[in-house]
Design a protein around this ligand. Structure first.
Ligand SMILES: Cc1ncc(C[n+]2csc(CCOP(=O)(O)OP(=O)(O)O)c2C)c(N)n1
Length: 348
C-alpha cells in the first residue's frame, strides 16, 4: 500500500473536527461526566488504522472515540452514545469510554490495560478463523505498568499472535509523571518479552504510518507481535476541563483563587513538616511548567504539521476542509435532532 498523505490528512482532520464537536457538546451540557478526547493523537490513530481492512480488529481504551471514527462507525451513533441516548451505538449505556461495534470488530474499555488481553483475544480468533488478519491494541504509557498488559504481550509472543500493541506516550497519567513510576525503557521492556519494539514521533503521521505498516505486515505474515511506542502531546490534557492544563494556559487567572488555600495549607499548624510541604509545592509548580512546555506547543500538533507538508493546491485544500466540516456538522446535527430517550430511561 502507498502512503497517501492527503487521504491521511482527511482522516486526521475528521477526527479533530469530530472531537472538537464532542467538546462543544460537553461544554454546553448535552454530554455529561468525564470526557477523554484524543486531540493531539490523530497522527497515531490515523497512521496505524490506515493499514487495517474490514476483517481486522481493534481494541481501544478510554480514549477510543477517534479509533471508532476511523473504523467507519456512524458518527451520529457515537454522538448519541456520548449523550446517553437509547439509540446510541451501545444503547446509551456505554458512553464514550465503552464504545463497541461488533460489525466493525472494535471494542473499547475504560479499564486501563484491558486493550491488551482484548486484542490478544481478537488475534487468537484471527489466527484460527481469519488467517491473514490482525488485531491492534491502543493504550497509554501508564497501561504499561498494568500486569494484564504485560501478560497479554507475553502470551502474544509465546503464541506468535498477529497483534500490534500501540502505546500512545504523552508522559502523564492523569497528573502523575509516568517517568516517576516507570522503570526502564518501554521499548526494551517489550523486547524482553519477545515482542519487536520501536519508538516513533507520534506527531509525524508519515513516520507512524511507515513503522505501523511494517509491523502489521509482519503480523499478517505470521511473524508475531510488535510494540510501537509513539510519543504525543495532548493540548486538552487528561480530560476536558483538566485543571493542570487550565493553570498551565493561564497561570495568573487560575492560581489567584488558589493562592490563599495553598498558603494556609503550607503554613498551618500540624500536618507534614514544613520542608515537605514546600517541597510538594515546588513539585506542583515544576509539573505545571513541564505541562506548559510539553503539551501546549504548536510544533506538536500532528494535523497542523501534516497540513504544512501537503502537496495540494490551496483551492483543493479549502474544498477538502469544507467537506470534512460539513460531514461532521451534518452527523452531529442529525444526532441532536433525533435524541429523545436516554438509555437509562429506556431500561427502566
Ligand atoms: C485498572 C485501572 N486503574 C486506574 C484507572 C483510572 N485511570 C483512568 S485513566 C488513567 C490514566 C491512564 O493513563 P494512560 O494509560 O497513560 O492513558 P492516557 O489517559 O494518558 O491516554 C487512570 C489511572 C482505570 N481506569 N483503570
Amino acid at each position: 500500500m502507498d502512503l497517501d498523505s492527503i487521504a491521511l490528512y482527511r482522516k486526521m482532520l475528521t477526527c479533530r473536527r469530530f472531537e472538537e464537536a464532542i467538546a462543544v457538546l460537553w461544554h454546553e451540557g448535552p454530554i455529561s461526566g468525564e470526557m477523554h478526547l484524543g486531540i493531539g493523537e490523530e497522527g497515531i490513530n490515523a497512521g496505524v488504522l490506515d493499514h487495517l481492512g474490514d476483517d481486522d480488529a481493534v481494541a481501544l481504551d478510554h480514549r477510543g472515540t477517534a479509533g471508532m471514527v476511523l473504523r467507519g462507525v456512524d458518527l451520529a451513533a457515537i454522538v448519541k452514545e456520548c449523550i446517553g441516548a437509547a439509540d446510541g451505538l451501545c444503547g446509551g449505556m456505554g458512553g464514550h469510554m465503552h464504545l463497541f461495534s461488533k460489525g466493525h470488530l472494535a471494542a473499547s474499555s475504560g479499564i486501563v490495560g484491558a486493550a491488551g488481553p482484548t486484542a490478544c483475544g481478537f488475534a487468537l480468533a484471527a489466527q484460527h478463523l481469519r488467517p491473514g488478519t490482525v488485531a491492534v491494541a491502543f493504550f497509554g504509557e501508564a497501561a504499561m505498568n498494568q500486569g494484564m498488559l504485560m501478560e497479554a504481550m507475553n502470551l502474544a509472543a509465546a503464541w506468535e499472535l498477529p497483534v500490534l500493541f500501540v502505546c500512545r506516550d504523552n508522559g502523564i497519567a492523569i497528573t502523575t509523571a509516568s517517568a516517576s513510576v516507570t522503570g526502564g525503557d518501554l521499548e526494551v521492556r517489550a523486547r524482553g518479552l519477545g515482542v519487536l519494539g520501536k519508538t516513533v514521533d507520534g506527531a509525524d503521521v508519515e513516520m507512524v504510518w511507515r513503522a505501523a505498516g511494517e509491523m502489521i505486515d509482519r503480523a499478517r505474515g505470521g511473524r508475531g507481535p510488535s510494540f510501537l511506542r509513539a510519543t504525543c502531546t495532548r493540548p486538552e490534557g487528561h480530560f476536558l476541563g483538566d485543571p493542570l492544563i487550565r493553570i498551565a494556559r493561564s497561570p495568573l487567572a487560575e492560581l489567584k483563587p488558589r493562592l490563599g488555600p495553598l498558603a494556609s495549607a503550607t503554613t498551618s499548624a500540624g500536618g507534614a513538616p514544613i520542608a515537605q510541604r514546600v517541597g510538594s509545592l515546588g513539585r506542583i509548580i515544576s509539573m505545571l511548567g513541564r505541562t506548559a512546555r510539553s503539551q501546549l506547543g504548536p510544533a506538536h500538533d500532528p494535523v497542523k504539521r501534516l497540513r504544512k507538508r501537503l502537496a495540494i493546491t490551496s483551492d483543493a485544500l479549502v474544498t477538502l476542509e469544507q467537506e470534512v466540516d460539513l460531514m461532521v456538522k451534518g452527523a452531529v446535527d442529525k444526532a441532536l435532532a433525533s435524541v429523545t430517550t436516554t438509555g437509562e430511561e429506556a431500561s427502566r
